[in-house]
Ligand binder design. Structure first.
Ligand code: PEP
Length: 247
């Protein structure tokens, strides 16, 4: 039985004062929830998040990491640094990293492997653009993005989380229907199973893309939707917790 995971992606949002209110709300509201909760925050706030959430059931982490272990990589943050601040998860391959920072499938796969080697859990994002969906290439794109990750992580596949995030649904208010999302999640599970059938049944596959309190229940009811990666709605504790309650 896969425990549902509701992970917030704060993106480049937050302030010390605003975070304090948000984290307090999440910490209090998380008690007794069936789903696991996590927040992936901008790196400078990790110390604050660690102090606010330590001892609670809520996990935390970041939104990207360096593919390198350490050294002369100005501006980069390593997996070990995220571990130092108690992180459990780091997102890799978010479509905003792919499109604004030129990250390709191979680099993302190496980042996922770097995380696993450091004891972190990668949340690996995949998903097609609107043009790719309209061209009928969703399945091909998702498999192309996933395969290098599976090659790079090898026998550690059970340690990853996958997030299917159709690019056209991120921050747009457009959501994949539960059936559309389930079809891709099933495809992803099948692809994982080709590597290791028993591990594939345990890997959590999250849906991301305008998940909100009013559409979460239907999405999270689908057989292969094991949680959500939540952008905008993770910035208000009431919305984030309402999604978690639907899980
Ligand atoms: C995201 O950025 O991962 C995301 C799913 O954003 P939103 O929920 O705002 O669409």
């Amino acid at each position: 039985m896969r425990r549902k995971l509701i992970a917030g992606n704060w993106k480049m949002n937050g302030s010390l004062a605003g975070n304090a209110t948000l984290l307090d709300g999440i910490r209090v509201g998380a008690a007794g929830l069936k789903a696991e909760l996590a927040v992936c925050v901008p790196a400078p706030y990790l110390a604050q998040v660690q102090a606010a959430l330590s001892g609670s059931s809520v996990a935390w982490g970041a939104q990207d990491l360096s593919v390198h272990e350490s050294g002369a990589y100005t501006g980069e943050v390593s997996a070990a640094m995220f571990k130092d601040f108690g992180s459990r998860y780091v997102i890799v391959g978010h479509s905003e990293r792919r499109s604004y920072h030129g990250e390709n499938d191979e680099l993302i796969a190496q980042k996922a492997a770097r995380e696993l080697a450091s004891g972190l859990v990668p949340i690996v994002c995949l998903g097609e653009t609107l043009a790719e969906r309209e061209a009928g290439s969703t399945d091909k794109v998702v498999i192309r993005q996933l395969k290098p990750v599976l090659d790079a992580v090898g026998t550690q596949m059970a340690g990853i989380v996958v997030a299917y995030e159709p690019v056209w649904a991120i921050g747009t208010g457009k959501t994949a229907t539960p059936e559309m999302a389930q079809q891709v999640h099933e495809l992803i599970r099948g692809c994982l199973a080709q590597g290791d059938a028993s591990a594939a049944t345990g890997v959590r596959i999250l849906y991301g893309g305008s998940m909100k309190p009013d559409n979460a229940k239907e999405l999270l009811a689908m057989a292969d939707i094991d949680g959500g990666l939540i952008g905008g709605a993770s910035l208000k504790s009431a919305d984030f917790l309402a999604i978690a309650q639907a899980a």
